[in-house]
Structures are given as structure tokens and as C-alpha cells.
Design a protein around this ligand. Structure first.
Ligand SMILES: Nc1ncnc2c1ncn2[C@@H]1O[C@H](COP(=O)(O)OP(=O)(O)OP(=O)(O)O)[C@@H](O)[C@H]1O
Ligand SMILES: [Mg+2]
Length: 334
């Protein structure tokens, strides 16, 4: 799927030119969430004091385990769920007070696929555009359907499409009104590897055309592949927001594991340092080091162990993955 030009690079809002031209600088975050809380009627607190800014034109991946609050957060920003407390702005528009203007900026591909099974692809997508009060623009719709390789299917009923095609129809619907911000809630759950790669390609194409993309995913590989920045949410709290490259550098950690000849009751004080750990049974030493650093420090550690008469019978190294860091982060908070 070619990463075609989905959206105009220069944002334009026919209704409220001031919103884009002067009042809202291009360096301002496109989404701003402040002090956001959500307690559902059941009494369950799904979001706790969320503060988050999404930068204009970035791909932001929101990672978190089941039930962390990802969909709740997205649905609040998109005006589908009411916040209990806090402020959300989309391109300078308050999502509660200025709902229509805010919502027009946003396209949402929801986690649950919903569409009218008996309608044709073309009518479904045209109807979506109409909901936003946009004048018909068949050329635009043709373009998105072609870019999503759905053009051949435009007259087919949704029910006759495969799962992957239905997912693409959801994306076409979300893009029908030319939004500047696209939310993809688990876009590739249950999607095969090939289609997943096509989706990634498409998302990159969107970004190249100035669209800001926020996606949630369980596939850490997806965040690793796509995102400019990554946010981790757990139990309704944002526990980390980081530039992906910075995160990757942190992930570049490796571990050297040394199986000792004889158990140690404690590390000699001269060897006590943050990145050297003794296992509870005293039989294993774990040394963590940074692969990006100029020197691993392994030679130095081995020399110092020798000086202290600590012998080992085996050693191996292991690289920690984003998965492990993520699991560690989430577990550490539970
Ligand atoms: N309408 C609702 N009423 C009551 N509780 C809800 C409602 N919707 C969601 N919740 C609860 O809020 C919490 C967050 O749910 P949410 O759907 O936002 O999680 P999520 O991070 O998107 O999870 P998943 O990865 O499974 O999609 C969960 O405990 C969920 O059960
Ligand atoms: Mg969800």
C-alpha cells in the first residue's frame, strides 16, 4: 500500500481560521490533557490524574496491559466518554465546551469494529464524512480508498469483506473528513503480519503528510517500529513518556550473568555498585551494562572479582528486550 498523501500538510479549518493561524502556534501540542480523571458509574476509577501532551505531527504509541485505561483515554479525547475531571484540548479546542470543532480535527479507528454490514464501502465512508458536516468530496474518498487498496471493493457490502478489509474500511471512515489527528485503538490486533506491515506503511504515509497519529498496541514491536514517542499506562496512570530513541538506548542494556564457584553471603563493599547484583542464594552475580557505551566495563569487573578471590564457573550475556522493560515497569507498579 503506497503511503499516499492522505491529508494536507498545512492545517486549515474553514470554520475557525483563527484557531490555526494565530492563536494556536505550530509548536503548541496538538493534544493537551491536564489533570484528567475518569470514574465510571460502576465506581471504577479508570484514569488517575493524566497529564499528557501530544506533539504536532508525531506518531505516539500508548502501551499498557489490558484494562490499563487506553481506550478510556482515547474515548475521552474523542468525546465518546465524558471525563470526570480535567481538561482536554484538541488543536486548541476544548473537547467538552467546543466539542464539534475539536471532533472535526479527529479521526478515530475504534478498538471494536463496528459498521453497517449491509451498506457498501462507498456509502459507509461517504456517510461518515457527512456526519462531520463536510461537503461531499468524491475525489478525496477515492484517494483514501485507493490508498487503502479498497477501491475495487467500493460497491461491495461490508459483510462480504475479509476481516483485514473491514479494518481498512474503519480507517477509511476515520479519514473521510480529512482529520489532522488520527487515533488508532489497537489497529493491528488479530491482523496478519503482512497486513500489519501495510498498516505501518500507511501510518508513516499519514505522518509524512502532517497527520498526528496516536496508536495503542499490545505489540511492543509495533511501538518499536513506528513510534516517535512512547507512553506507558498502567492502572489508569501514565507511568512513563519517553522519546523512543531514548527508550531504546535504555533498552540497549545487557546483562552478564556469572555463576559462582562458591556462594557469597554478600558482595564485598569495594564491589558494591548499582549495576552489580548478587542473587538471593548468593550463587549468581548479575552485571548490567549499556551496549551503547564506549566500554562495557566487563574486563574491569572480572579483574576486580579476581582481586577479591571470587571465582566463577560459567558466564553468559543476555540482552533485555523492550518487552522485559515494559513488563518490569508495569509489574513494579502493581
Ligand atoms: N463503560 C464502562 N463502565 C465501567 N467500567 C469500564 C467501562 N469501560 C471500561 N471500564 C473499565 O475501565 C478500565 C479501563 O478500561 P479500558 O477499556 O480503557 O482499558 P484498555 O487499556 O483499553 O484495555 P484493553 O487493552 O483490554 O483494550 C477497565 O478496568 C475496564 O473494565
Ligand atoms: Mg482498549
Amino acid at each position: 500500500m503506497p503511503g499516499g498523501s492522505f491529508c494536507r500538510r498545512v492545517p486549515k479549518d474553514e470554520d475557525n481560521p483563527a484557531a490555526d493561524k494565530g492563536m494556536q502556534g505550530m509548536d503548541q501540542p496538538i493534544i493537551s490533557v491536564r489533570g484528567l480523571n475518569k470514574t465510571y458509574a460502576s465506581g471504577h476509577q479508570a484514569l488517575r490524574n493524566i497529564n499528557l501532551e501530544i506533539r504536532r505531527g508525531e506518531i505516539f504509541a500508548l502501551l499498557g496491559p489490558n484494562g490499563a485505561g487506553k481506550t478510556t483515554l482515547i474515548n475521552i479525547i474523542c468525546g465518546i466518554v465524558n471525563p470526570s475531571k480535567g481538561l482536554v484540548q484538541a488543536d486548541g479546542h476544548d473537547i467538552v465546551r467546543d466539542y464539534r470543532a475539536a471532533r472535526r480535527k479527529i479521526g478515530l479507528v475504534p478498538q471494536e469494529l463496528t459498521s453497517d454490514a449491509f451498506e457498501s464501502v462507498w456509502r459507509t465512508v461517504s456517510f461518515s464524512r457527512g456526519l462531520f458536516g463536510k461537503a461531499p468530496n468524491p475525489a478525496w474518498l477515492e484517494k483514501i480508498l485507493r490508498d487503502l487498496t479498497l477501491w475495487e471493493k467500493k460497491d461491495n457490502r461490508i459483510m462480504t469483506l475479509s476481516g483485514g478489509m473491514k479494518r481498512r474500511v474503519m480507517i477509511a471512515k476515520a479519514l473521510s473528513h480529512e482529520p489532522q489527528i488520527l487515533f488508532l485503538d489497537e489497529p493491528t490486533a488479530g491482523v496478519d503480519v503482512e497486513l500489519r506491515r501495510e498498516m505501518w506503511e500507511m501510518v508513516r504515509g499519514l505522518r509524512a503528510n502532517g497527520v498526528t497519529v496516536i496508536l495503542t498496541t499490545h505489540y511492543i514491536e509495533e511501538a518499536q517500529e513506528m513510534a516517535d514517542r512512547v507512553g506507558v499506562i498502567n492502572k489508569g496512570e501514565i507511568i512513563l513518556v519517553e522519546d523512543k530513541k531514548v527508550l531504546m538506548r535504555k533498552l540497549g542494556k545487557r546483562q552478564l550473568t556469572l555463576s559462582l564457584q562458591a556462594p557469597l553471603s554478600a558482595l564485598p563493599p569495594a564491589l558494591a555498585q548499582e549495576n552489580l547484583e548478587l542473587s538471593a542464594d548468593g550463587l549468581t552475580l548479575i552485571y548490567s551494562f549499556d551496549t551503547q557505551g564506549e566500554q562495557t566495563g566487563i574486563a574491569d569487573i572480572l579483574r576486580r572479582l579476581g582481586e577479591h578471590g571470587i571465582d566463577f564457573k560459567d558466564l553468559h550475556t543476555k540482552e533485555s528486550s523492550l518487552e522485559e522493560i515494559f513488563v518490569g515497569l508495569v509489574k513494579g507498579r502493581s
